[in-house]
Design a protein around this ligand. Structure first.
Ligand code: FAD
Length: 502
């Protein structure tokens, strides 16, 4: 039996857990981060599309189930730093409206229990921690900020600049994407083609291990246990969590603490609490609202490859431009969404989706294509939920919500890009396994009857339990989630009275 203890125990070292550990380190709080994975090795395969996408080298073998029992590989990475080790490092803030209630024609996006203004100082802190490069004054949807971006925006390469000119000629306002890479003076980023979706062999991507957990460990008050998978939380007769149970490579593990934080990712954090059910808590821990695991959201996303046969795309680092002109209003009084260039897709990466197309043909398309994500908001539904099967397998019950808005914005994006010279457009709509933006499974709110967590991510039911990851999100917005998760974690670290929680 392996035993350990700390004042604060965090489960998971990704965006939520790693950033929280950094925040607790600033306060000198004795913290143990318990992570089921190991550090992702820096090796040749980091940058090989076949290894990363076809062989799924950095993904777990674990399968999850859908409604009908069909199995799929989820979009998770069980390594130190979690999903941020492979993420695209696009780090935008949510907009002010995203924290308010928004009515769509057929759905409602609920308000958060605090405003953009409450989170704004922590967005600035998160941008500094994650070395965000960006610029202001281009994007009509951008929210106000108290601090400038820490670093200037990434310059656009000529091919991207030409596309920007074509969009601007339509009266649109393409803007620089806020990016977390180390292009500071003397920084280690080389602007390579293998960033978005790949681990960084140089450590130049602003992931949670590099920017937050590493410095937290160096502080001396934070420790990390790797290979340690937590399977159950145990409560005492007062209803407080007393210890975590799990294993390290098959050897039983018990971790004691005064305060416990789940940052295992939206599905795993909810699954852990559901799997910790007892006779006293038959619906799982921290679930008096009955909402634990429900309101699972993932964004309505479509990848598109837009082809202009007359122009060869020789770009190396493509992910520098986004377009939010229709974020608040698609022209019909309702929000549209965000259009963002993604990392340059190579033919072999297309092959994981277009399995029957010959590689040579995909390479020819990739030579003249530019790739984007079309992102719109999905809305919470109690029917979309995470449950845990009797054998411990995670099951995702999911139907698309607010999809009419996705169709509408996708259609607008196609029109715009066609006018910009892209005569052929190929689409890949996100399916259940493409859930890397998942959130909402332990929603935050002021009312214990309609939320799982309070506005500072603390369980309404269990005083020494917090959930600090995207599970908290009451709505998904239509911007990438990671910076908001980091800001949330920094707010919790700074504003929580840890003496009282523990
Ligand atoms: C390919 C890809 C590209 C992406 N691009 C972007 C982007 O450009 N911008 C953006 O904002 N977001 C992006 N994302 C999403 C972003 O990475 C996630 O939103 C973010 O990492 C979620 O943070 P988290 O703390 O909730 O979970 P994670 O970062 O996934 O961390 C969860 C951690 O918990 C650990 N864990 C899980 N269960 C247990 C357990 N039982 N015991 C112990 N440890 C456990 C995991 O191993 C993991 O380390 C991308 C994701 C992927 C996969």
């Amino acid at each position: 039996m392996i035993r350990d203890r700390a004042r604060v125990v965090i489960v998971g070292s990704g965006m939520g857990g790693g950033t929280l550990a950094w925040g607790l380190a600033q306060r000198g709080i004795d913290t143990l981060v318990v992570e089921r994975g190991y550090p992702l090795p820096r090796e040749r395969e980091n940058w090989l599309p076949e290894a990363v996408f076809t062989e799924r080298r950095y993904k777990p073998d674990e399968m999850w189930r859908d409604d009908e029992g069909g199995e799929f590989h989820p979009g998770v990475h069980y390594v130190v730093g979690g999903n941020t080790k492979v993420y695209g490092a696009s780090l935008p803030r949510f907009r002010e409206r995203d924290f308010l209630r928004t009515e769509y024609p057929t759905a409602v996006s609920p308000a958060w229990p605090f405003s953009y203004a409450d989170l704004e100082p922590y967005y600035s802190q998160a941008e500094s921690l994650y070395r965000v490069h960006g610029t202001t004054g281009q994007d009509p949807s951008e929210p106000w900020r108290s601090q400038p971006y820490p670093y200037p925006a990434l310059p656009h390469e000529p091919y991207v600049q030409e596309t920007i000119s074509r969009l601007a000629a339509q009266g649109l306002h393409p803007a620089s994407t806020a990016m977390g890479v180390d292009l500071r003076p003397g920084g280690s980023c080389q602007r390579c083609q293998t960033c978005d979706g790949f681990p960084c062999r140089l450590g130049a991507k602003s992931d949670a291990e590099t920017c937050a957990l590493g410095p937290a460990l160096a502080s001396g008050s934070v420790r990390l246990m790797t290979g340690a998978r937590i399977t159950r939380l145990e409560t005492d007769e007062h209803g407080r969590i007393v210890r975590l149970h799990g294993d390290v490579d098959g050897e039983p593990l018990e971790v004691e603490g005064a305060a416990f934080v789940l940052s295992a990712g939206a599905a795993n954090s909810a699954a852990l609490l559901l799997a910790s059910r007892t006779d006293e808590h038959p619906e799982g821990l921290a679930n008096s609202s009955g909402l634990l695991g429900r309101n699972y959201m993932v964004h309505n996303n479509t990848h598109i490859a837009t082809v202009d046969p007359r122009r060869r795309n020789d770009v190396v680092f493509q992910k520098t431009v986004c377009m939010n002109d229709f974020y608040d209003d698609l022209g019909d009084g309702y929000p549209g969404g965000a259009l963002q260039a993604i990392g340059k897709v190579q033919g072999s990466m297309m092959k994981t989706h277009a399995t029957r197309a010959p590689l040579a043909m995909l390479d020819r398309i990739a030579d003249r294509s530019m790739e984007w994500v079309v992102m719109t908001e999905d809305t919470p539904s109690v029917h979309n939920r995470v449950t845990v099967d009797p054998d411990g397998c995670i099951r995702i019950h999911w139907r698309r919500t607010n999809y009419d808005r996705h169709e509408a914005f996708l259609s607008k994006a196609r029109d715009i890009l066609k006018k910009a010279g892209y005569s052929a457009i190929f689409e890949q709509r996100f399916t259940i396994d493409m859930n890397s933006h998942m959130c909402g499974t332990a929603v935050g709110g002021a009312d214990p009857a309609t939320s799982v967590l309070d506005p500072w991510c603390r369980s309404h039911d269990i005083p020494n339990l917090l959930v600090v990851d995207s599970a908290f999100f009451p709505s998904s917005a239509a911007q990438n989630p990671a910076l908001t998760i980091a800001a949330l974690a920094l707010r919790v670290a700074a504003e929580t009275d840890w003496d009282e929680v523990a």
